[in-house]
Write a protein that binds this ligand. Structure first.
Ligand SMILES: Nc1ncnc2c1ncn2[C@@H]1O[C@H](COP(=O)(O)OP(=O)(O)OP(=O)(O)O)[C@@H](O)[C@H]1O
Ligand SMILES: [Mg+2]
Length: 328
């Protein structure tokens, strides 16, 4: 039997998707270096200051978030930094803690105009207008835990959570090491996809950290991430199959046999460091359904994109997924 078309190679290939990611999605390495250096300057200054005033109540500064995990997008608009604060010296209510921290940061960075250091709950922002990105400093109430566990307030929940940023970084690093060059790339492409959906789908509240954890679960299950079609499909299929009703948890830092009972949240993605912190606690059942519908739609589009017989049609399909800047 003769075939009219070669169905094995899609018109938009894995390599096209990678080229798009390199050109439009990924934060370029040189830019990332500049931002990391910006934080290093802040950290060095803080360390010098702490050397002179060890009882200042600040313990250390740490790059957190996507710039530390190397999962940042080109559209990154602020740098996440954590500052460890001595729990016995600082207020424990968020509002007072931020006022206390802003005051100390103004003392540490007296060369920065005080109005460029301001509170934006749950962070203190150091603004670098025109010269760099704003740095968002999250205080972590710290009691001396050797794994740097401490209490932090996330942008989305009201309550503080006990967790460890360095252990999160290790957790992601293990998945990156197990899937070199592919895990972080698929995460960045998915974050880009989610950015499009946040813009066009009301109630779509899938956050970057949730994407990373779902992808970690999928990668741990042996998914092939070498090919972007396969990697993306594995993620969307997982969401379709489970409808995000299956609890996600990881055995890296706690025993899966001793997990707390399921709580009231429709989606449970447990913090890989602290099993009683549900990273998806803010999602309503409506949010869950919206994410599931978007994932099912993405699967349909990917399958259509693979079977398109003209490149133009395939590019149009990919634009539906990744927005108007997609090209191939
Ligand atoms: N609900 C949460 N519980 C515990 N830790 C969290 C939670 N949300 C965020 N974090 C911590 O803060 C870090 C940064 O989270 P954030 O949501 O800013 O993601 P990101 O990886 O920086 O992505 P983006 O590039 O979108 O900013 C995470 O890597 C994690 O360590
Ligand atoms: Mg961030």
């Amino acid at each position: 039997m003769s075939t009219l078309f070669d169905f094995s190679t899609p018109e938009v290939t894995h390599d096209h998707v990678q080229d798009f990611a390199d050109a439009k999605v990924n934060l370029p390495t040189d830019t990332a270096k500049v931002y990391r250096a910006q934080v290093r300057t802040l950290r060095d200054r803080l360390e010098t200051y702490l050397g002179e005033s060890p009882d200042f109540g600040l313990k250390k500064m740490l790059l957190s978030g996507s710039l530390a995990k190397r999962t940042a997008l080109k559209t990154l608009n602020d740098i996440d930094v954590a500052v460890y604060v001595a729990s016995d010296q600082a207020p424990h209510k968020l509002g007072e803690l931020l006022t206390w921290l802003a005051d100390r940061l103004r003392k540490t960075y007296h060369q920065i105009a005080p109005e460029n250091i301001y509170i934006d709950e749950p962070c203190v922002v150091i603004s670098f207008k025109g010269t760099g990105l704003d740095v968002e400093i999250t205080p972590i109430l710290y009691d001396g835990d050797p794994d740097w566990r401490g209490y932090l307030w996330t942008r989305y929940g009201q309550d503080r959570v006990l967790t460890s940023i360095p252990m999160h970084l290790d957790f992601i690093k293990r998945r990156k090491d197990a899937n070199p060059g592919t895990f972080a790339q698929v995460v960045r492409i998915l974050k880009w996809w989610a950015k499009q959906r946040r813009a066009d789908t009301s109630g779509f509240e899938l956050k970057s950290f949730m994407i990373e954890l779902i992808m970690a679960k999928v990668a741990d299950g042996g998914a092939n991430l070498d090919d972007h079609y396969a990697g993306l499909e594995s993620f969307f299929l997982y969401i379709q199959r489970t409808a995000l009703r299956e609890r996600i948890a990881f055995a890296d830092n706690y025993a899966l046999s001793g997990l707390p009972a399921r709580g009231p949240s429709p989606v449970e993605i447990l913090d890989p460091v602290t099993s009683d912190n549900n990273v998806a606690a803010t999602l309503t059942d409506g949010n869950r359904q919206t994410i599931v519908n978007s994932a099912i739609e993405a699967l349909d589009i990917l399958s259509w994109a693979k079977s398109c017989q003209t490149k133009q049609d395939a590019v149009t399909a990919w634009k539906d997924l990744m927005g108007p800047t997609f090209n191939a």
